[in-house]
Design a protein around this ligand. Sequence first.
Ligand code: NAD
Length: 263
Amino acid sequence: MKLGLKNRVVIVTGAASGIGKAIAVAYEKEGARLALADINLEGLKNLKKELKNEEIYVEKVDVTSAEACEKFVKNVAKKFGKIDVLVNNAGTAKMGDMETFPESTFRSHAELMMYAPVRLTQLCIPYFTKNGWGSVLNIASIFGKQPGGLLSYDTIKAADIMLTKDFSSYCAPFNVNVNAVCPGPVDTPLWYADGQLGDQLAAATGMDKNSAIEWFAKTNIPMGRYAKAEEIASAVVFLTSEPAHYITGVAVNVDGGMTKCTL
Ligand code: NAD
């Protein structure tokens, strides 16, 4: 299948690590022109080196800052003359007690995973309408559809699915599709890096990190393992491709069968 992504200008946020990095690599293979944002500039520079592609535009952007997002989108449009695809991927997660979950953490998660996608979509719409074509992909989570026990994360990912739906209705007349991908657990630093979900799960279960993750996969995921980041990237690339352009307003699970709800 020809995906029609050659020379499409694609923004990916949170591209220095994990799923975002795999998404950037997958678009690069399709011949897309990349604009990558992350707070980790070093990681972006390393990825650019890895891909041996001098044209890739990288910028240190904290997507929770309205000013930084505005500057980034303007810089991308100036460099490439257009913007075709926006992938809102930057994110994080934290386990926490339901009764004492800190409001400040909840608010910072909302800034990062809810307001940032809204802001960036709003900033890109004028470029999409100018093109007469555009595509937005939000990385939500299966925990936006059924509870995963992560209070702020589940709530905000559910909001991501709804904002996807709202923007899809608004943008459809401009030939812009807006979809979400809902991963189950994915083998990325979000689980494996020090202090992240793997360590938090280990503390909660009394197991060591690798055993806790393996136990979680075997007891919760019918396929018995976490996804590889590349398996999420394939769905993302397809949904923003030409053959998928009529698909809009959907939230596609990529979860090895973990979701139990029918949506
Ligand atoms: P990751 O920690 O490997 O990567 C997240 C990236 O986001 C990092 O490069 C980080 O620097 C960047 N980032 C964080 N805050 C930022 C900010 N303020 N501005 C710009 N960049 C920022 O995590 P991942 O697993 O690749 O997660 C990517 C997305 O996928 C997140 O939205 C996450 O919620 C979602 N997700 C992950 C899983 C999973 O199991 N890993 C499952 C479902 C959904």
